[in-house]
Design a protein around this ligand. Structure first.
Ligand SMILES: Cc1ncc(COP(=O)(O)O)c(C=O)c1O
Length: 469
């Protein structure tokens, strides 16, 4: 008699079937969710069953019950926030990471998980034009990457002032001055809060019309600083895609022995393209750099990266020692030494698979293709009646406004966004830019085609046609 298939294998087959069905339908399903919180709560909820359920059936049930609450954010016409999809090899490698269930904390817990990080980190630093000596941490996303970079910064600048922050904390420490651009991402403030540096005592450098830090004003801010200084710069503004002048920022900051952290959550990937690399000139001189793999590299959530140019500061911020731990020998990477987490998912596998499947040329082509699509959006919308493109489209971000003949430009812009979201052809979100409501288009998905852009432009213009007030 044939033996019953293993329950784990049957559950995985159920997941595979559901995933394949979802992915096949992804390009054509309505891009936004079809169900709200109350319906989802009712559908997914009810009392916890008293007894066990068949694993394969539970998985099939979950796929069915969750479906209407899913967003097609992995699909080709999702242009909201800054969201990448999942490359085929990265997605499948992520499944393996779950099946293998390696704890990427220590070499002893998962040698392959540890060493795949070392290899991928080497490829990344080369691809992104960073010095080969930087150390790399695999974190959950841009937020934690910036936290990690600033933790190393905090160590370094305070050590320079004779203070050991990991041992002595911040009480009584020399005050650290933090200089930021006016258009920084909100996660910089959150990281500073978590690190005890505060978000209410920053020196804020004004930005220009595109959101770039004013380098001359940075010089003035630095001149007013006393004691240890950290400067937070940005590669890729979340609204406009604009880049701070990194080379000038590094010149000015390093002249005062300040640490330069760069938030390059998505903009750092410009470095992978020979045509766009000029946008991040100077990045090789940054002291720490944060980026995401789950945005433009199109690795499944969650996946962020921090690069630190001062290994001793990186290790001082995160290394731990305990009698029961088995430290790696020379040449054996212990991943927990580079991240705030201790036990964690083996995020290196999907990153390695994404890079290996695209190769150097493939990453450049992905980035350039998305930027080309952004320009296509801007060209088509910018030449249409009653539509205005607000930003210089230097990367993958487009800001659009819909002037209203009656003068209610914000109201009309928000109404167009609402109609586009309800229409289901594409999904994008709104923002406030320089006090004005604007539509944000972010092109970050590997699978988006010119036909997707054209179809989306038509849907936006149709929504705008119906939204004249
Ligand atoms: C410029 C910038 N920095 C940081 C972040 C935060 O990244 P994450 O959501 O991966 O934490 C984002 C997210 O959009 C971003 O655009």
């Amino acid at each position: 008699m044939p033996s019953e298939p293993d329950p784990t294998v049957r559950a995985l087959e159920a997941a595979s079937a559901a995933a394949a069905q979802f992915l096949r339908g992804l390009p054509e399903r309505p891009v936004g969710p079809l169900m709200g919180a109350d319906e989802l709560r009712a559908r997914l909820g009810g009392p916890l069953p008293d007894g066990p359920g068949d694993p394969a059936e539970v998985v099939a049930q979950l796929a069915k019950l969750a479906d209407d609450g899913l967003v097609a954010s992995a699909g080709p016409r999702y242009f909201g926030f800054v969201v990448g999809g999942s490359l085929p090899a990265a997605l499948a490698a992520d499944w393996l990471a779950s099946a293998w269930d390696q704890n990427a904390g220590l070499f002893a817990l998962g040698p392959a998980a540890a060493m795949v990080e070392e290899v991928a980190a080497g490829w990344l630093t080369d691809l992104l034009g960073l010095p080969p000596t930087v150390t790399t941490g695999f974190v959950t996303g841009g937020q934690m990457a910036t936290f990690a970079g600033l933790a190393a910064a905090r160590h370094h600048v305070l050590a320079g002032a004779g203070w050991e922050v990991e041992r002595d904390g911040l009480i009584g420490a020399p005050p650290v001055e933090v200089v930021v651009g006016a258009e920084r991402h909100v996660t910089v403030d959150a990281a500073l809060r978590l690190l005890g540096l505060g978000s209410g005592r920053l020196r804020v450098v004004p930005a220009d019309g595109q959101g770039r830090m004013d380098a001359a004003a940075l010089g003035e801010a630095l001149a007013a600083c006393r004691g240890p200084v950290i400067v937070c710069a940005q590669a890729g503004n979340v609204n406009t895609g604009a880049f701070d002048p990194l080379a000038a920022i590094c010149d000015a900051a390093h002249a005062q022995r300040a640490w330069v952290h760069v938030d390059g959550a998505f903009g750092l990937w410009a470095a992978a393209s020979p045509a766009l690399r000029h946008l991040v000139a100077g990045i090789e001189r940054a002291d720490s750099v944060a980026t995401d793999a789950h945005k433009w590299l199109n690795v499944p959530y969650d996946s962020g990266l921090v690069f630190v140019a001062h290994p001793e500061a990186h290790l001082a911020a995160f290394s731990t020692v305990a009698g029961y731990l088995t430290p790696g020998a020379t040449g054996e990477r212990d991943p927990d030494a580079y991240t705030p987490e201790f036990s964690r998912r083996a995020r290196g596998f999907p990153v390695w698979a994404a890079l290996r499947s695209l190769g150097r040329a493939g990453v450049a082509a992905l980035v350039e293709r998305c930027c080309g699509h952004a320009r296509r959006f801007a060209d088509a919308l910018g030449t249409a009646d009653g539509v205005e493109v607000l930003n210089e489209v230097v990367l993958n971000q487009v800001l659009v406004r819909f002037p209203d003949p009656g003068g209610d430009h914000d109201g009309r812009t928000r109404e167009v966004i609402r109609r586009v979201q309800a229409g289901g052809t594409l999904w994008l979100s709104g923002t406030t830019w320089h006090g004005m409501a604007a539509m944000r288009i972010s092109v970050s998905n590997w699978s988006t085609t010119e036909a997707d852009v054209d179809r989306s432009v038509a849907a936006i213009l149709a929504a705008a046609g119906g939204a004249t007030r």
